[in-house]
Ligand binder design. Sequence first.
Ligand SMILES: [Zn+2]
Length: 343
Amino acid sequence: MFDSPRVVDYASFRSICFPFVRTPRMTGPTSSEQNFIGIHLCGDILRATVVRGDGALVESRQTSLDRENPVQQTAHTVKELLKLAPNVLSVGVAIAGLVDRLKDSVVESRELPASITGNLHTELMRETGLRFELENDANAAAYGEFQVGAGQGSRDMFYMSIGEGIGGAIILDGKLWTGANGLAGEVGHITIDSEGIDCICGNTGCLETVASAPNIVRRANDRLDRDSTSSLSRLAMNKEFTASDVAHEANNGDDFALMMIERTGKYIGTGVATVINLLNIERVVLGGGVMDAGDLILKPVIQEAKRRAFQPSFEATRILVATLGPEASAIGAALLARDAQIV
Ligand SMILES: [Zn+2]
C-alpha cells in the first residue's frame, strides 16, 4: 500500500500564496474618485472590471483569453480600461493557479498558458506603468464577497466556491488567512465519505468527489443506471445533462432532480458544519455555479449544518449565497489592489 509515493499535484486544484501579510496603511480614506482595475484569468476567459475606491463597480467586460499572448492581452485590456477610467491607481490580477505573493509571481497553473508563470508582474508593470497585485482567484473572490458582496459587514468569513471543483478561503479579522504554506481553506478536500471514490488530491471520499458539478452529474447518472423506474425523470432522456440541468429540472418540480440537489446540499452542509465547528465563524458565503440552484440547495445545506454543528456555534453563523457571481474574482482583485496601497 505504501510502496509508491503518492504524487499530489496541488496546482491542479489549489492556488496558493505565502502567508498573507498585507497590513494596509492607507494614506487616508480612498477617494471614490480613484479607480482600481481587476483582472481574472481563468480557463479560456479574461474578465476585467473597474471598481471605484468606494467599491462601486464601474465597468465589467469579458473576452476569450488569448492563450498565445495572455500577458500582452492583459496589458492591452488594462490600457483600454484606462481610456474609460483614467484615474487608476493600481491593478489586481486574480489567477487560477498557485501565486507566490511575496515574489509577485505565478508558481504554477494547470488552466492557464505556461507564459503566465514567467515575468507576468514585471511585464505588466513595464507595459502599463501601473502597480500590480497578483492573487489566487479563490482568495480574490472571497475578498470581493467580504468587501462588497454577501460577506459585507462581517469581520470573519469563510468562502466556499462549488463549481467544477470546490475551493475555499478564510478571512479572519478582515484579512485573508492562507496558512503555513498557502493551503488553508481547502474545504473541497475534507473527507465526507471514508469509503468514497478517489479524489485528485490523493485522498478518497472528499467533499469534492460528491458535491462538485461533475460529481453531481456522475451521481445522477449512477442512480439512473441503477434504477430504471427513474424514467419519471426528464434527465433520463438527456444523456449529456449537466449539473445546471439537474438544478433546472429540480426547479421544474422533477422529484429525482430535486432529490439529487437536496442530497448535494446535505453533503455541502456536512462540510459547512465542520467549518463552523473548527472556526466558530461569523459568516459562511457559498458561491460557484452549483449554488445557482438557490434555495433548493441552500435549505438542505443549512438544515444539515444545523444538524451536525455545535448548536451555539451554528447559531452564531449566517450561511448565505454569494452575490457577486462570476465576476467575484475580478472585483475582489481590484479591491485587493485598492487595499494594498501603502504609504
Ligand atoms: Zn480531495
